[in-house]
Design a protein around this ligand. Structure first.
Ligand SMILES: [Zn+2]
Length: 226
């Protein structure tokens, strides 16, 4: 809307320059500038007269009103930005550690949040459940795709409440804490991955002001508006 108004103003200015005759002999310098600008305007697609402008304006109007055949936007990205559990204790952080079961030094690709078996686990962003079943040492496992090659993983669950292919909203219950798979006690193993590589989930467990602003701007803020 703003862009179109600006474009309109620019074209009007060119048109005015094109129509204005050199004012007087003693403003020759100013007149020559006007003539040069008018020539530029004529050589640009925006300066070729009313017909073209009318067509361009009609195009903008049709873009603005949105044709019924235009495909609805399908790409959406939701950045993980909350705790997957309400009350929990961080028992193992992201990075190198001595594995509690194997004893070897290896990278811990997520964080461990201790909580009693049966504690509800929530989606940390909107997304699509990509996997919801037993997955080797992860035990009962959920993987959610959030768009832009971003995913979250939840492991060692006692119970899974979603199925593969299901869309979930941020804060939706997806399962319950357990100790399935290779686990020493009830806890949630939580991972955030970008392009398949695990990143430190800690920054993704709080909602930043930028994320709140983004949600409001994209209409997902839940605070009404227009
Ligand atoms: Zn873990």
């Amino acid at each position: 809307m703003i862009d179109r108004k600006i474009a309109f103003t620019c074209i009007s200015a060119f048109a005015a320059l094109g129509l204005s005759a050199p004012a007087s002999a003693n403003s020759a310098a100013a007149a020559s500038v006007e003539i040069d600008e008018a020539a530029d305007a004529a050589s640009s697609p925006l300066g070729q007269g009313d017909d073209q402008f009318t067509r361009l304006f009609a195009d903008w109007k049709s873009l603005d009103s949105g044709s019924p055949t235009a495909p609805a936007p399908t790409i959406s990205v939701s950045v993980p930005s909350r705790m997957p559990l309400k009350n929990s204790k961080l028992t193992s952080s992201y990075g190198m550690r001595t594995h509690p079961v194997t004893g070897g030094r290896r990278a811990h690709k997520g964080i461990d949040l201790a909580a009693p078996t049966g504690t509800p686990v929530y989606a940390t962003a909107d997304g699509m459940v990509e996997r919801a079943n037993w997955f080797s040492s992860y035990g009962k496992f959920i993987k959610i795709d959030h768009g832009a090659s971003m995913e979250t993983r939840f492991a060692h669950l006692s119970r899974i409440s979603v199925s593969a292919g299901e869309r979930v909203k941020k804060g939706q219950l997806i399962g319950y804490v357990g100790s399935t798979g290779r686990s020493t006690g009830p806890h949630l193993h939580y991972e955030v991955r970008i392009d398949g590589r695990a990143v430190n989930p800690m920054p993704y467990m709080v909602e930043s002001e930028a994320q709140q602003a983004f949600q409001l701007a994209t209409g997902n803020g839940g605070r009404g508006g227009e």
